[in-house]
Design a protein around this ligand. Structure first.
Ligand SMILES: Nc1ncnc2c1ncn2[C@@H]1O[C@H](COP(=O)(O)OP(=O)(O)OP(=O)(O)O)[C@@H](O)[C@H]1O
Length: 296
């Protein structure tokens, strides 16, 4: 397998409620990386994913993954979705309601193909015991794991995830993020993930791509894109989420998400004991010293 990345450049007119907006994007995803794609509603994120998967044919451009050219408007190349090594998971899971878990996962299996891969994937997402259930008998998180297993069945090298965790509660989102990281590691996948959740971006992504009106506005590591150079100023109570907390020699370095920005704090380890990664907190200022409190 080569290490060359996914490279794309495409143009496509979007017919939005506000009129014509041209999706005009140039993007490179390093092999094995996780990229978060974010931006306001209607700016073309889903259309970009669907173009990569082969569900939309852009008006012009080129998409290549390694040595394989999936789309080239000049050379009139357009590979259908089944010829691209892509798995796609939608926000609403898109499971077949009349099929059970096993049947949903094995849907794309060709006749005579080995069921062993289905068993492996069911084990991987811990659904073996629920294999006979229908989607309506599953929780949102379980349904999402079925959708993930189904997307992984054809052994994709690229996984496209369109807000896969947004409908889940916080605890389930954190668990599913761990699954994604494990699956990413085990199958050495390249992942492009649409998400609006900064905690998720920080936990999962190597790279963030911010889009607006069909264009890429900003791109870089989560730290480059979101880290504020300024401490939040003493003032009203602030709500935040702990992204990471490292304790060394009695001091804690905390990275926290406050007001859509990442901030770093140095606290004594004792002051940081109430802070848990993934959990929200309240930040107050007592005189001019920040005090963190757990949200109950
Ligand atoms: N194949 C298509 N051709 C032209 N326009 C499209 C196509 N698919 C979607 N659109 C329009 O393009 C706009 C952008 O849609 P898209 O779903 O890509 O945005 P998005 O950034 O994913 O939004 P959201 O976050 O709300 O899902 C919408 O107004 C939609 O109606």
């Amino acid at each position: 397998m080569s290490d060359t990345p996914l490279e794309l450049q495409l143009c496509h007119d979007l017919r939005t409620a506000e009129g014509l907006v041209t999706l005009n994007v140039e993007l490179r995803l390093e092999r094995g990386s996780i990229t978060a794609l974010t931006g306001p509603s209607g700016v073309g994120k889903t259309t970009l994913l669907r173009s990569i998967a082969g569900l939309v044919k852009p008006q012009s451009g080129r998409i290549a993954f390694g040595q394989e050219v999936w789309f080239d408007s000049d050379k009139q190349i357009f590979k259908i979705p089944q010829q691209r090594r892509v798995g796609l998971v939608f926000q609403d899971y898109a499971l077949f309601p009349h099929l059970n878990v096993r049947q949903n996962v094995s849907f794309a299996l060709k006749k005579g193909e080995d069921q062993g891969r289905v068993d492996e994937l069911l084990r991987e997402v811990e659904l073996t015991k629920l294999a006979d259930r229908r989607p309506h008998q599953l929780s949102g998180g379980q349904q999402q794991r079925v959708a993930l297993a189904r997307a992984l069945l054809p052994n994709p090298e690229l996984l496209l995830l369109d807000e896969p965790l947004s409908a889940l509660d916080r605890a389930m989102r954190l668990r599913l993020q761990d699954y994604l990281l494990e699956i990413h590691r085990r199958y050495q996948l390249t992942i492009l993930l649409v998400t609006h959740d900064l905690g998720e971006i920080f936990r999962l992504a190597d790279q963030v791509v911010k889009m607006d009106e069909g264009k890429i506005m900003n791109q870089g590591t989560p730290e480059q894109v979101y880290t504020s150079e300024f401490e939040p100023s003493p003032g009203p109570v602030l709500y935040g989420e702990v992204l990471s907390c490292h304790v060394e020699n009695g001091m804690a370095t905390v990275q926290a998400l406050i007001d859509q920005r990442i901030h770093k704090f140095r606290l004594s380890a004792a002051e940081a004991t109430s802070l848990v990664v993934g959990q929200p907190f309240v930040l107050r200022y007592s005189v001019d010293k920040p005090v963190f409190e757990k949200v109950r």
